[in-house]
Design a protein around this ligand. Structure first.
Ligand code: HEM
Length: 447
């Protein structure tokens, strides 16, 4: 295969979530498991392998439930993966998310010492995701899983987090999510206007050429690494009342409140992008996939007068805005999936009710360091790359009540002060999501 050819991706071997989005509406459950007996762990994999949803059969999962599985470094050890293989995984994955807290800005309230148990402990070995468009189908599968595990006492469910789409089809902070995602070469997904150039598959799936023209490194043996991907799983609590209060206190009018909310993100709550709808929301634009992502920054909004340069979507995907710099944005693209958990805070409520609500954030890619960790450290929690000194992402940044948010406007820019923390990490894990053949190899281990 020459570098120019589009690789043929082995879709029936690649787990679906890296290439395909979740259903809408969705009901989901994340189970975290501990393996005390490697033979029971392998037996569980043997039962699950035929049921894992690949990117090939994504539209029609068995019994209407998508099942996917990833393992932590401790999980690979618990299954008895040989040392030489363990050492072939990326150093960040080997260290685990909690150990990388400094690099990704999990500080203060988000510090791993404050995480919910069992996150960040040596006990989290397997993350199992069940997703369905129908609640009853999901419950049925979960019951079956629990029944099967009764025969495998060497494997325990140590945590469960349920997710479900909110009736508003938005996230707790009021925004619609899941509008923009990179186009991956060979994925078979149709190109949508504004997605940017197709990104080489090796950026996201191991074993294919990446944007640097290299073959992405594969953990060994090849059957375990190829067609796999790294995955960052984060449970993120959102401070909804805090968010509403801050907007209310800093807005000049009710219309201004919604504008500030849009300026933080770069899109109106409906999903309409500020670059295309700078002054007021445009729900029709928001609902049109041919138009709602079809914009860039360099020509259309170089100074951020429409979409602030520090807004969440402009930081996390600067598109063409950095084209006069040495930064190659294509090596920092992010494949992410968000799932909402917890009940809605009633509309208009301004006081915290103490209930846990937020999102499960999933990142998937070939390079933990130059994708997930780079975006967290350089683009979320620093502002240098867009001339904003140490200003942080207003939504996802590690704010502590002392930072600012700059809104470019004429004749004088507007600057908000005292940006509180709107999201707190409650826990998370770095995982490896092997291919289906990789899972079979793990199931067949006889060490
Ligand atoms: C922690 C709480 C977070 C919230 C509430 C949040 C929310 C959102 C929302 C509402 C959008 C707009 C919808 C869209 O463009 O698809 C968005 C876009 C995006 N977010 Fe986040 N996000 C969070 C964290 C993160 C993190 C940790 C990353 C990366 C490490 C990230 C990367 C992105 C990217 C790449 C986009 C698309 C930008 C584009 O292509 O224009 N987000 N996010």
């Amino acid at each position: 295969m020459t570098e120019q050819q589009t690789p043929v991706l082995e879709l029936d071997d690649i787990q679906g979530p890296v290439l395909r989005n979740r259903p809408l509406p969705y009901f989901g459950a994340y189970l975290l498991l501990r393996i005390d007996d490697p033979n029971h762990g392998r037996e569980m994999l043997r039962l699950l392998v035929p049921r894992i949803a690949s990117a090939a059969n994504w539209q029609n999962p068995a019994e209407k439930v998508w099942i996917n599985l990833a393992l932590t470094f401790q999980g690979l050890k618990a299954l008895g993966v040989p040392q030489a293989s363990l050492e072939s995984f990326s150093p960040e994955f080997q260290q685990g998310m909690a150990a990388r807290a400094q690099a990704i800005g999990d500080l203060g309230e988000s510090d791993p010492s404050n995480w919910e148990k069992p996150f960040g402990s040596q006990d989290v070995h397997v993350a199992l995701a069940y997703t369905s468009g129908e609640e009853a189908a999901l419950e049925h599968r979960l019951d079956l899983a629990r029944t099967n595990l009764k025969d495998l006492p060497g494997v325990s469910i140590i945590y469960q987090l349920d997710t479900a789409m909110l009736p508003s089809v938005r996230t707790h902070l009021g925004y619609r999510d899941g509008v923009s995602t990179p186009l991956i070469e060979g994925s078979g997904s149709p190109a949508l206007p504004g997605q940017g150039p197709a990104i080489k598959a090796g950026e996201f799936i191991l074993g294919y050429p990446d944007e640097m023209g290299n073959l992405s490194p594969i953990p060994q043996p090849e059957v375990l690494g190829r067609n796999g991907t790294y995955l960052a799983f984060r449970k993120v609590h959102t401070h909804v009342a805090q968010f509403r209060k801050y907007l209310h206190a800093n807005a000049k009018s009710p219309e201004d409140e919604e504008l500030l909310q849009a300026k933080f993100l770069g899109r109106w709550p409906s999903g309409a992008p500020l670059v295309l709808a700078p002054e007021r929301d445009d729900p029709e634009l928001a609902a049109d996939p041919q138009r709602n992502n079809d914009f860039s920054y360099y020509e259309e909004d170089p100074k951020g007068l429409k979409c602030p340069v520090g807004a969440h979507i402009r930081r996390t995907n600067p598109r063409d805005a950095l084209k006069d710099t040495i930064t190659n944005v294509n090596i920092h693209r992010i494949v992410r999936r968000g799932f909402v958990y917890g009940p809605v805070l009633p509309e208009g409520a301004m006081e915290d009710d103490g209930v846990d609500r937020g999102i499960v954030f999933l990142w998937m890619g070939g390079y933990l360091a130059r994708q997930f960790e780079f975006v967290k450290s350089q683009w979320h929690n620093d502002g240098d790359f867009v001339g904003l000194a140490d200003e942080k992402d207003p939504i996802a940044g590690a704010n502590d009540g002392t930072g600012t948010f700059t809104i470019p406007q004429r004749p004088v820019r507007r600057r908000l002060h005292g940006i509180p923390r709107f999201v707190t990490t409650k826990g998370g894990e770095y995982c490896f999501m092997p291919s289906i053949k990789g899972l079979q190899w793990l199931a067949d281990l006889d060490t």
